[in-house]
Design a protein around this ligand. Structure first.
Ligand code: PEP
Ligand code: MG
Length: 763
């Protein structure tokens, strides 16, 4: 960084160029001033005075955020002193409010002509024309705005803006450490301790109550300004060395043997920890005058600004991984022994975002729930949380500001509610809900070993859906008959590069070992639409759900599909193998994919080949329900992918909240389609199951079973509730209710719900 402070900004300055100081000198002065005794307000006053002098600015002011959405003038050099603690702006209001809202600097030579300008008469700022304001923020958390102003309309430079941003970073660190923020009367702090309810998105089901544990405990930097940059550089290098050794040790650890996902995450971390560009950036910040830990934080804040809001899932994932490793480095610097407070059992983890590696670092069983300020339902961490059955909320805007360590937090992953410091009656209501759930869980466990037979004697098979090694223990816990849908793409999604054939074969073999003779339907790679592989180029499409995805990619890029089929065949040496192709829309596609698999069998060079091979298809497109009879004859088994089938049947995007809830399984048109598929499978003697989300909803599962579906695959946690409902139902009676309601032009769903209530069927 060149030295914008060296010359001031020329004409119009009261102080003149001679008074300007270098940023390093300013930082040193700040350090000295802040070491002296004084309260928060005195320190803030000193800071603005020093900045004004060093930058030859006529005005320097700090605005701090108070309460939820207000910025308050907290210290000033140059504006009217009486306005301190009085002048307020809403976030988004005026230039200062816009900086706080957008997290970006504003530079203008003619502040009054700027469209966002808002005049605060009490400050007397109308005479100042040049304006440079930068956000005071730490890791995406907005704390305030730092502004310099001059009378003369000369525009500040980018370099000056960068230099002021460096000072703002120091202020942010100090604010966070509590050495700076003066408490003003009525500043809304009281309000912040009130109960807070956040409506967000549930990404993993379940309810939990527990004390908050901050994933990023406030690592306080007592003084972010370095006394001796050479010493800071040495500290940084030592900490990086320790970090690299720790990662290597974890990679060499014995517990890595069968946890492929974890290993890949750590290998990516090793790459980042050795990334030269990143280390150079950290050293640059140290040269600018920051301590090693402040430099790491500054680089994190900068990266968050650049990448943290990116919509591209690939960029977001890179950012989360990078942030994860930076956080580890910070800990090494601040707590050299690597100590890290572990949460008490039953804690609710609060974080901005979470990498899958970080989540796996928490010992299994300690976390009762997770709340993320950002995060996405389809993120890797969400996949792992679901596999670990930890209720998870994402996009809980404001949670980082609202939640303090130890606060009581309720997580309702079913409906996406978060309650921080809830009122007594809310806690009581949730405690009742939890105790009911525990009782239900115990009653489901009691059902586990019973055969699933309906009141009128139909045997129904219940399987589980899975995708990760971590899912497999649920086979025994839930009593599932096998894995009805193994989403192999999840293994691909957790990898940072395309898994090799051997890696895939090891993974599939591990799954078959754990299944211990129970059937597993290996679905070939189903990517495209919302499932993105960071390392595979996917064309931009205006309608990705209807685009180049799943089997279409497999047939057009046969190398990847063939490699996967070879891996499956190898994994199944000496045992039966079931392979299922996703998103088949026409007989020809199935014939082609099936042909490829049979060719691989021919080519197979194995001492012990699979003992049996069953080849099936997902029925996810309406066209396949109407396919030629040959399709039904050729397929050994068919699994209805209700999530996609419904979205295409009703033309209703499954990821769009506005359309997704409009239609459902119990719609007469969909029930007719199911009846037809059941008839066609019966006619061809083809095994049929249903593996969409609806399989796990008791009422929907009953309706499907009443239409003749005899096998379902669902999340393991849904097996108990679905089995309980099936055991209490006469399917013939249930079907009559649906058909009569249809004839009487009643809403079928309402009639079915009423029937369940009358017949004590728990749905
Ligand atoms: C489905 O579409 O119902 C299905 C099970 O596949 P996925 O949800 O993985 O698309
Ligand atoms: Mg699907």
């Amino acid at each position: 960084m060149s030295d914008p402070f060296a010359s001031g900004w020329g004409t119009g300055n009261k102080s003149g160029p001679g008074a300007a100081a270098s940023p390093k000198l300013l930082l040193r002065r700040l350090r000295q001033a802040l070491a002296a005794p004084g309260d928060g307000q005195q320190r803030l006053d000193q800071i603005v005075t020093l900045i004004a002098q060093s930058m030859a600015a006529e005005v320097c002011s700090v605005y701090l955020i108070r309460g939820q959405d207000t910025l308050q003038l907290s210290a000033t050099e140059g504006l009217r002193r009486e306005a301190v603690h009085e002048a307020r702006l809403k976030i988004g209001e005026g230039l200062v409010g816009v900086i706080a809202r957008d997290g970006r600097a504003i530079i203008t030579a003619k502040a009054r002509e700027h469209p966002e300008f808002r005049y605060l008469p009490e400050t007397g700022e109308e005479q100042y024309s040049s304006f440079l304001g930068v956000p005071i923020q730490k890791l995406g958390r907005m704390l305030g705005v730092l502004v310099v102003q001059n009378e003369h309309p000369t525009s500040y430079t980018e370099e000056e803006s960068e230099a002021l941003a460096l000072v703002a970073m120091v202020i942010a660190e100090m604010a966070e450490a509590g050495t700076l923020i003066p408490r003003a009367p009525n500043d809304g702090e009281e309000d912040a301790r009130e109960p807070i309810h956040i409506q967000a998105q549930g990404a993993a089901d379940g309810v939990a109550i527990g004390p908050a544990h901050l994933h990023e405990p406030k690592l306080l930097l007592p003084n972010p300004i370095a006394e001796d940059p050479v010493h800071e550089r040495v500290r940084l290098r030592e900490a990086l060395g320790r970090l690299r050794t720790d990662i290597d040790t974890m990679l060499d650890g014995n517990d890595m043997a069968d946890t492929g996902e974890h290993r890949e995450v750590l290998e990516t971390y090793r790459l980042f920890a050795n990334d030269r560009g990143w280390v150079r950036k950290l050293e640059e910040f140290i040269v600018s005058g920051l301590t090693a830990e402040a430099a790491v934080d500054a680089a994190r804040t900068e990266a968050r600004l650049k990448l943290g809001t990116a919509n591209d899932p690939y960029l977001r994932q890179r950012f989360d991984d990078m942030d994860d490793i930076a956080q580890r480095l910070m800990r090494r610097l601040i707590l050299p022994d690597g100590d890290r407070a572990m949460p008490t059992d039953g804690a609710i983890l609060i974080a901005r975002a979470l990498g899958p590696g970080e989540l796996m670092d928490y010992p299994r069983g300690t976390l009762a729930g997770i709340v993320l300020e950002d995060g996405a339902i389809g993120s890797h961490a969400a996949i792992v949380a679901r596999a670990m059955e930890i209720p998870l909320i994402v996009q809980a805007k404001g949670i980082l500001r609202a939640g303090e360590a130890g606060d009581e937090v309720i997580v309702n992953g079913d409906q996406g509610h978060v309650h921080v410091r809830p009122r007594e009656d809310v806690v009581t209501a949730y405690e009742e809900k939890l105790s009911l759930r525990m009782q239900e869980k115990a009653s489901f466990a009691a059902l586990r070993d019973l055969p699933c037979r309906t009141l009128d004697g139909h045997e129904i098979k219940l399987y589980m859906n899975g995708g990760l090694a971590a899912d497999l223990p649920s086979l025994n816990e839930s009593g599932a008959e096998g894995v009805g849908l193994l989403r192999t793409e999840l293994h691909f999604m957790l990898n940072k590069a395309m898994p090799t054939r051997d890696e895939q074969a090891n993974f599939y073999s591990h799954i078959l070992d754990k299944a211990d003779g129970r059937p597993v339907n290996f679905r070939t790679l189903d990517i495209g639409s919302d499932k993105v592989l960071p390392y595979m180029k996917q064309p931009r499409e205006s309608n990705p759900a209807l685009g180049w995805r799943a089997i279409r990619v497999g047939l057009d890029r046969p190398v990847v599909l063939r490699m996967q089929l070879q891996a499956m065949l190898r994994a199944a040496s000496g045992r039966p193998l079931r392979v299922m192709f996703p998103m088949v829309a026409a007989l020809a596609e199935f014939e082609k994919a099936r042909g490829m698999l049979l060719e691989e069998v021919e080519r197979l060079d194995m001492d012990v080949p699979p003992t049996e091979l069953k080849i099936g298809a997902m029925l996810e497109t309406p066209s396949l329900a109407f396919a030629q009879k040959r399709f039904f004859d050729l397929a050994d088994f068919i699994s209805i992918g209700g999530n996609d089938l419904m979205q295409f049947f009703f033309a209703a995007d499954r990821t769009n909240e506005r359309t997704a809830g409009r239609y459902g399984v119990t719609h007469p048109a969909f029930l007719s389609l199911i009846r037809m598929i059941v008839e066609r499978c019966t006619e061809s003697d083809t095994e049929l199951s249903f593996c969409g989300e609806a399989a796990g909803r008791p009422l929907d599962a009953l309706a499907l079973a009443a239409m003749g579906v005899r096998a379902f695959s669902m999340r393991p946690a849904s097996i108990g509730p679905v089995k309980r409902a099936l055991l209490a139902t006469d399917l013939a009676a249930f079907r009559s209710v649906a058909e009569e309601a249809e004839l009487a032009r009643m809403r079928v769903r309402d009639a079915l719900i009423e029937h369940c209530h009358e017949n004590m069927i728990p749905i």
